[in-house]
Design a protein around this ligand. Structure first.
Ligand code: AMP
Length: 279
């Protein structure tokens, strides 16, 4: 498998493919790959001539240095896993490659969608995401890029940045992969004990509880009941919001056609997020 660590070597490898008008699919990741990531890569492989998977733990999107330090890093295992599903190009750059000295990035106006939910509890997080994705898009210049709905708000931010920078890139959002017990797959799950993995199930149970209340309660009432339900578990809630899936505005008295419940909580020292599109 081809593993490139510099933008120059990656560009050289991609140049002839682009000249031959081959389509490039791109899956940005922070590594510690699991089935959820692989589902994105498989989809990209089925829809593109060439697939680039980046593995880069992006320091600018962490607002907690401990979280950054503890983020799992396992490049060789990731490459082996990718090898087992197909032929992809891996881009595993250093911080200096992604953020060169002549970087021209200035903060992008995200029209408020970066201030709610994740943005409220992780100030600066989405500017970090925008910065890294903008730089990676400029390096890779893919035709299409694949993101997981597990990071629901992130997908909204990526769609907005793509529009604002006029990137000719199709953004493809893919469903969340879960363990059989319902726990959303996440690289952070590696840091959970067996017991904590059990405790974490309160997340999906709460999301499903809200789904079950939708027919008879307003969003506000459902949220109150769900917060009470969640408080019987062991996790510490950061937020539980029922929002319009397009503009991320909170819903109070009326459900929207596209209503989504988003939740973030600490399970021990590990911060987990999940969401459910309500039908
Ligand atoms: P990360 O490495 O956590 O930055 O994730 C890289 C990409 O994989 C992002 O687009 C995530 O939304 C996506 N992803 C992470 N977990 C899952 C999952 N359980 N199901 C589907 N996609 C996921």
């Amino acid at each position: 498998m081809n593993v490139f660590t510099t933008r120059k070597s990656l560009n050289e490898a991609l140049a002839s493919l682009k000249e031959a008008k081959k389509s490039v699919g791109f899956v940005p990741t922070m590594g510690a790959l699991h089935e959820g990531h692989l589902a994105l890569v498989k989809r990209a492989l089925s829809e593109s001539d060439t697939v680039v998977v980046s593995i880069f733990v992006n320091p600018t999107q962490f607002n907690n240095m401990q979280d950054l330090d503890k983020y799992p890093r396992m490049l060789q295992a990731d490459v082996d896993l990718l090898n087992s599903i197909g032929e992809v190009i891996v881009f595993a750059p250093t911080v200096e490659e992604v953020y060169p000295e002549n970087d021209t990035y200035t903060p992008l106006d995200l029209e408020g969608i970066d201030n709610v939910m994740e943005g409220e509890f992780r100030p600066g997080h989405f500017q970090g995401v925008v910065h890294v994705v903008r730089n990676l898009f400029q390096i890779v210049q893919p035709n299409q890029a694949y993101f997981g709905l597990k990071d629901f708000q992130q997908v909204a931010v990526i769609r907005l940045l793509t529009k604002k920078y006029n990137f000719p890139i199709q953004i493809i959002a893919c469903p969340t992969l879960r363990e059989t017990n319902g726990l959303a797959m996440s690289s952070r799950n590696l840091r959970l004990t067996e017991k904590e993995r059990e405790d974490a199930l309160i997340i999906i149970q709460t999301l499903k509880y809200i789904q079950s209340l939708k027919a008879t309660k307003t969003p506000k009432e459902a949220k109150e009941l769900a917060m009470e339900y969640f408080s019987n578990g062991k996790l510490r809630l950061e937020y539980l919001e029922i929002v319009n899936g397009a503009n991320l505005k909170s819903l109070d008295n009326e459900w929207d056609e596209y209503s989504v419940v988003c939740l973030a909580a600490f399970c021990g020292a590990v911060r987990l997020i999940d969401n459910l599109e309500l039908v």
